[in-house]
Design a protein around this ligand. Sequence first.
Ligand code: NI
Length: 277
Amino acid sequence: MAKRLSAEEVSTYRRKGFHFPMRVLSAEEARGYRDRLEAHERATGAPIAGNMRHKVHLLFTWANQLARHPAILDAVEDVIGPDILCWSTSFFIKEAHSPSFVSWHQDATYWGLSTDDVITAWVAFADAPVESGAMKFWPGSHLKNQLEHRDTFDKDNLLTRGQEIAVDVPEGEGVDVALKAGEMSLHHVLLAHGSGPNTTGDRRIGLAIRYIPPHVRQLKVRDSAMLVRGRDTHGNFDLEPAPKADLDEAALAAHRDAVDRNVKALYAGTGQTAFRA
Ligand code: NI
């Protein structure tokens, strides 16, 4: 029984590899999330970066609450079923007038996950018009299976290795994923996507939340994830604790442990021991 997506929307997702836009927060609620992120950035004196940009649902109660938001989980459930683990959360932020970009890639490439029923909910904390460097999706590319990638480690590339697919995306085939603050897009783990620089005067802020059903296995390391709906009858992941208070000692320890495992999987073979940006 569908909770949020119509049967037609689910079949379009399976055919194209994505679905958007979906409103999950009001503009005011989205502003509230942005304010909490930016209060943290003011306290540290810098934009959130490095290890702190990832697995943020283990650090902040508000990010944990968002990863469990019924409006998001209902849509995710329609695609991957009622038992849901949150595997990771990562901020993708492009500052105003910044050259940061994301090369065309498939998320699955270095994740080490055993199956492709992995879905990303990308939630806009601020308006993300095309000019802000909104994502672009290559429809149907998730059906091409895993494509070859090369690592660039480009300094302006927001991806872990600056990885890019080794094939050219046909001119004009990319679909712009413009979103308003509080809207989200959903995309498949094998969907090729990328995004350009931000030419606007405001930050583009999105939180990418990755969800998996519990039968998925991590093939590279003993990994961890957080149960956010239903039951985990597989035990393939060590279950992560929700933070009780923002950045308290227990939250920081759980985050350190989870990020260590994440980095070991994502950067396997590179010698990298922390997220690079
Ligand atoms: Ni991606």
